[in-house]
Ligand binder design. Structure first.
Ligand SMILES: [Zn+2]
Length: 386
C-alpha cells in the first residue's frame, strides 16, 4: 500500500471500511490482526487518482473532424461526450477531475443538470468558461471580460456557480519557436483584483501560464495554481517552493504533440525539446520541495481522458520522483488543490476511495493500465479480480 502521503510502501495492511470511510488501517497486523473477507494480496493499493487539469468537452483524438465537431456541437450532443470521458476516467481509477473550462460552458451545464447518480460518480469541479484577454490565446476554453469590464468585475458578475476560476495569462506553449515566451494577458493589478474577488467568493484561481514574466506576475497576484508553467525559470521555481502554491506541469501534453506531429517535423522536434525542458523543471521542483499535482490537460491532442494520468505519472518518475512521491502528487496533492475534504489519503477517517493495481511497486506504473478493483466512498466502481 502507498497511502498518498508521500511516505514509504507498506505491506500486509488490514483496512476496515464502514459507511464510506476508512475506520481502521493497520500495517502488519500480525496473527491476531483480524480476518479479512476481502483479499487484495498481490495487489498494490493506492488512493483513487485525481487529475487536476482536464477538458471534459474534448477528446484526446488527433482526428481533425472529431475535434472540429466537438468544438461546435450543441450541448444536447455534448452531454454524451462528457459522460463518455468521465467513464474513461472512472475505468482508469480516477476519482476526481478538475476541469479547466470550455468556450460554451458545456461542462458547467453538465454539472448543473447531472442527476444525483445511484452509482459512485467521479467528482467534477469545473471553471465553466475561462477568462482571457480579447484577441489573445484561449478562444477554445474561454472568453474575454465584457465591454467596459475589467477582469475582476467580470469574475464578480459571472461566477455562474462555478467551482473555481480559470484565467489564461499567457500564450500557448509554442510548437513553432523553442522556448518562446509571450507577454502576460492581464496587468498585475487587474489580476490581483480578480484573485481577491474570487477569494471573496471562496473560489480558487487556476492560471494557464507559461514563461518567466507571466508566471512571476501570476504568483505575485496570489493565484492558487500554476498550470503548465513551461519555461517559467528558476526564480519562479523558488517562489513556488516558498509560497507552496501548487504547480500542475501537464508534461504529457508535449509527449502527445510529439507523438502526433509528422515524424521529423519541426513541431515534433520542438514538442520533444519542450518536454525535455519541462522534465528538467520538474526535477528542480522536486529538489526544491515544490508542491506538484498531477494534471494532464486531457482533451489536448494525444492526451486521452483516464489513461493520460498514467503517462503523466510515468514522466514524473522519469524526472526523478519516487513512487510514494508520485502517488502523493496524483492523490493527496490533487485533493488539497481541489479542496476535497478527507480525500486522497488512505488513513482512518478518510473517504474510502481506493484503487487496487495488479502486482507490486516493481510493475508500477505499468499496472495502472489494468486496475483490478476500484472503490469510491465505500461503493465498488468495478471489480475485475476474477
Ligand atoms: Zn488546459
Amino acid at each position: 500500500m502507498v497511502d498518498g502521503r508521500g511516505r514509504g510502501i507498506q505491506e500486509n495492511v488490514l483496512l476496515e471500511i464502514a459507511q464510506g470511510r476508512i475506520c481502521r488501517c493497520d500495517a502488519t497486523p500480525g496473527v491476531d490482526g483480524g480476518v479479512s473477507d476481502f483479499d487484495l494480496s498481490d495487489c498494490m493499493l493506492i488512493p483513487g487518482l485525481i487529475d487536476c487539469h482536464v477538458h471534459l468537452f474534448m477528446s484526446g483524438t488527433a482526428d481533425a473532424a472529431v475535434r472540429e465537431w466537438q468544438l461546435n456541437a450543441l450541448y444536447g450532443r455534448m452531454q454524451a461526450v462528457i459522460e463518455k470521458h468521465l467513464n474513461q476516467q472512472r475505468a482508469c481509477g480516477v476519482a476526481a477531475v478538475r476541469d479547466g473550462g470550455d468556450y460554451a460552458g458545456h461542462v458547467l451545464r453538465f454539472q448543473q443538470t447531472r442527476p444525483p447518480g445511484g452509482h459512485p460518480a467521479v467528482t467534477v469541479h469545473t471553471a465553466g468558461r475561462a477568462w482571457r484577454s480579447a484577441g489573445r490565446y484561449g478562444r477554445l476554453i474561454g472568453r474575454p471580460p465584457g465591454t467596459g469590464q475589467n477582469l475582476a468585475q467580470a469574475v464578480m458578475a459571472n461566477h455562474e456557480g462555478v467551482d473555481h476560476v480559470k484565467i489564461v495569462n499567457s500564450g500557448l506553449n509554442s510548437l513553432k519557436t523553442y522556448g518562446k515566451e509571450t507577454a502576460p494577458q492581464f496587468p498585475l493589478e487587474e489580476l490581483r483584483a480578480a484573485v481577491q474577488v474570487a477569494a471573496y467568493q471562496k473560489r480558487r484561481v487556476m492560471v494557464h501560464v507559461n514563461g518567466r514574466e507571466p508566471v512571476r506576475q501570476s504568483l505575485a497576484a496570489g493565484c492558487h495554481s500554476i498550470e503548465h508553467g513551461f519555461f517559467m525559470g528558476a526564480d519562479n521555481m523558488r517562489r513556488l517552493a516558498e509560497s507552496q502554491v501548487f504547480w500542475v506541469p501537464t508534461a504529457c501534453t508535449m509527449q502527445g504533440y510529439a507523438k502526433h506531429a509528422a515524424p521529423g517535423s519541426r513541431e515534433a522536434d520542438i514538442a520533444r525539446r519542450n518536454l525535455d525542458h519541462q522534465l528538467e523543471q520538474i526535477r528542480q521542483a522536486r529538489a526544491l520541495g515544490v508542491k506538484v499535482a498531477v494534471g494532464t490537460d486531457a482533451g489536448t491532442i494525444g492526451v486521452h481522458h483516464g489513461s493520460a494520468v498514467r503517462e503523466e505519472i510515468q514522466l514524473l518518475l522519469a524526472a526523478g520522483y519516487h513512487i510514494p512521491e508520485v502517488v502523493q502528487c496524483a492523490t493527496q496533492h490533487g485533493a488539497a488543490l481541489m479542496g476535497l475534504p478527507r480525500a486522497g489519503v488512505i488513513a482512518p477517517g478518510y473517504r474510502a476511495t481506493l484503487l487496487a493495481l495488479p502486482g507490486g511497486p516493481q510493475v508500477f506504473p505499468a499496472n495502472l493500465a489494468t486496475p483490478v478493483w476500484f472503490m469510491i466512498d465505500g461503493q465498488t466502481v468495478f471489480d475485475h479480480r476474477f
